[in-house]
Design a protein around this ligand. Structure first.
Ligand SMILES: Nc1ncnc2c1ncn2[C@@H]1O[C@H](COP(=O)(O)OP(=O)(O)O)[C@@H](O)[C@H]1O
Ligand SMILES: [Mg+2]
Length: 214
């Protein structure tokens, strides 16, 4: 079973939005996917409850209550939606559960500063420094051609971590969440700009670069 975690100690940066869309990405590829929601706010589980029956099925477990013990054995891809405000030993514990970690970052000075501290802590963790967990960052809720986006883009480019590009700020994410869908499941005429932005993320997730060797 592969474990893909969406992680950032900052709240509201798009962890659940990314986790649900990553789950959809793998489910559309025919994989058995389950979401483990570690956040008592249950955003991923609430999303799952709305998922239409005619779309590829995705499982869900309330990991904030029971950990991962209820994850079905048939699961191929476990997408882990992490809570906000995890530091220290709790962060270490969480990181132990994943081989692939994606960190969404918002284009705001507060979020970028917080991301700097968080990345420093994350890169210190043995599993990450030994490259037993592969890390990538994504700029989220981006308004292109804004100064703050340019700043974030430059900042993320300089980090010593793969930078998979940006996701624009779009109602499509809000719409898809409310319907238990991913933006990849919205009609092309509405969501093609979002589909384009998911291409490099999908490529990375499908490649060896997001999976530790050995
Ligand atoms: N790219 C995006 N475009 C528009 N709204 C977004 C985008 N990403 C996240 N959001 C919205 O931002 C809010 C916080 O996102 P969420 O995924 O719940 O963050 P977290 O799980 O990190 O707290 C939600 O209302 C969500 O719908
Ligand atoms: Mg969340």
């Amino acid at each position: 079973m592969r474990h893909v975690m969406v992680l950032n100690s900052k709240g509201g940066c798009g962890k659940s939005t990314l986790a649900t869309n990553i789950a959809v990405f793998f489910a559309r590829d025919g994989h058995q996917v389950c979401i483990a929601d570690y956040d008592p706010q249950r955003s991923s589980l609430d999303w799952l409850a709305q998922r239409p029956a005619d779309l590829p099925a995705i499982g869900g477990v309330a990991a904030f209550e029971d950990g991962l013990r209820n994850v079905p054995r048939s699961t191929e891809i476990l997408v882990i939606d992490a809570p906000a405000r995890v530091y220290g030993t709790e962060l270490n514990e969480l990181v132990r559960r994943a081989e692939t970690i994606i960190v969404p970052v918002l284009a705001s000075s507060i979020d970028m500063k917080a991301c700097g501290h968080f990345m420093a802590e994350l890169l210190e963790i043995g599993k990450v420094s030994r490259k037993q967990a592969r890390l990538a960052v994504i700029a989220n809720r981006v308004r292109e051609y804004t100064l703050i986006y340019e700043e974030l883009d430059q900042y993320l480019t300089k980090l010593k971590v793969p930078y998979l590009g940006c996701l624009r700020e779009a109602q499509n994410y809000v719409r898809a969440y409310a319907r238990g869908m991913g933006v990849l499941e919205l009609p092309e005429y509405l969501a093609w700009p979002d589909w384009k932005q998911w291409e490099p993320i999908g490529e990375w997730l499908d490649s060896k670069r997001s999976q530790p060797t050995g």
